[in-house]
Write a protein that binds this ligand. Structure first.
Ligand code: PLP
Length: 397
């Protein structure tokens, strides 16, 4: 149902006419009592599903104790969270912020600080089709006109290489004297584009040879989604900087910039900051989210469930080869590419009617982001709804 108070909001979103009232696990209920399988997870945020007891307990107990103090003081939960992130990643140090775009912004600023002291370099190589966020630094690293139109001029020094083309990065590096490369291990917003194995390793080598930092944007694919806690672990490489957000805070806004000591030391007092960054509430929820992902082996489980889901979807593709051009993914970030935009749009609307929520991206790709603790039965339900929805659209002519 439309909410008439929508007229008070700026029209930045084209929302579905549905208002959600409550959630539990993989399921959402709207204000009319209709139940949906939520395979959007709040755009890769609710990796533990809705209202996981560990997150609910962490939020409620922290809210009753101390919500916010600012970084004028030490924050116990922030200390615990930074220790957890460092001991489970390549990084030595962490900076906390509140969102993905801020984590990218902080990553670019850190790389430029490093570059200023390493040859006076400021250029950054990004990739075509990337989505890094909506603030000016992140938008300067995002090439698509769809996000940029009407906002120029952007920051100087951003160059774009085709995605999954390491040679193009090497060529741009020789031409532009950059301080860093920034990329997503899987391009989510661009339709779940999974690069061939070896891509990240090759880019890592190029960064080493050309003395550039490698910034990985794991905002969408980090926190266990691809089958490892961080997606770059599939290639056994170490970035210099990593941006995290979305699932990090278990639903409470929380972002982070992680870096090696060598790079992090360039952020000195006053160089960067955030009023809310890593506050007691957000950091407490994030600690609970990571602890649960690790204790319940949810990264590994995401890998297994992703394989199961892709196998089942491949059967659907074989049944409708004229309508589905490809199914792809890594762990529990899954894409179904339809051959035709109108068909994809109709299937999307019918799937919602039939009780399945996914994200329609680049107009003809279902981007499916289940919680990591979903199960085979729920995946079977999703596959059944997708099949039924395709059949309905086909038979409606
Ligand atoms: C890869 C990636 N980077 C950055 C962002 C921006 O995150 P936020 O919307 O929290 O600013 C997103 C959001 O979709 C994303 O998917």
């Amino acid at each position: 149902m439309e909410d008439p108070r929508g007229k008070y909001l700026m029209e930045t979103y084209s929302r579905l006419p549905i208002t959600m009232r409550k959630g539990s696990g993989s399921w959402l209920w709207d204000t009319e009592g209709k139940k949906y399988l939520d395979y959007t997870t709040g755009i890769a945020v609710n990796n533990l599903g809705h209202c996981h007891p560990s997150i609910t307990d962490a939020i409620t107990s922290q809210a009753a104790t101390l919500v916010h103090t600012s970084n004028l003081f030490n924050i116990e939960n922030q200390g615990a969270l930074s220790e957890m992130l460092v001991s489970n990643s390549f990084a030595d140090r962490v900076f906390f912020c509140n969102s993905g775009t801020e984590a990218v912004e902080g990553s670019i600023k850190l790389a430029r600080k490093w570059g200023a002291q390493n040859g006076g370099r400021f250029a950054v190589i990004s990739t075509e089709g990337a989505f890094h966020g909506r603030t000016f630094g992140a938008l300067s690293a995002t090439e698509s006109e769809k996000y940029r139109e009407g906002f120029s001029p952007f920051l100087e020094g951003f160059h774009f290489a085709p995605y999954a083309d390491p040679d193009a990065i090497a060529r741009l590096a020789a031409e532009t004297n950059p301080c860093a490369v920034i990329l997503e291990p899987v391009q989510g917003e661009n339709g779940v584009i999974v690069p061939p194995p070896g891509y990240l390793r090759q880019v890592r080598e190029i960064c080493g040879k050309s003395d550039m930092l490698l910034i990985l944007d794991e905002i969408q694919v980090g926190m266990g989604r691809t089958g490892k806690l961080f997606a770059h672990e599939h290639e056994d490489i170490r970035p210099d900087i990593m941006a995290l957000a979305k699932a990090l805070g278990g639903g409470v806004p929380c972002g982070a910039v992680l870096a090696t000591e060598d790079v992090a030391k360039h952020f000195t007092p006053g160089a960067h900051g955030s009023t809310f960054g890593g506050n007691p509430l957000a950091a407490g929820a994030a600690c609970a989210a990571i602890e649960t992902i690790l204790q319940e082996n949810l990264s590994e489980r995401a890998g297994e469930l992703g394989d199961y889901f892709l196998d089942r979807l491949e059967d659907v593709r074989k049944k409708y080869p004229e309508h589905i051009s490809e199914v792809r993914g890594k762990g529990l970030i899954v894409g179904i590419e339809f051959s035709d935009r109108d068909f994809a749009q109709d299937c999307f609307s019918v799937s919602v009617k039939n009780g399945l929520l996914v994200i329609l991206t680049v107009e003809r790709v279902f981007r499916i982001l289940p919680p990591l603790n979903t199960n085979e039965e729920e995946i079977d339900f999703a596959v059944a709804v997708i099949t039924k929805s395709i059949e309905e659209v086909v038979s409606s002519g």
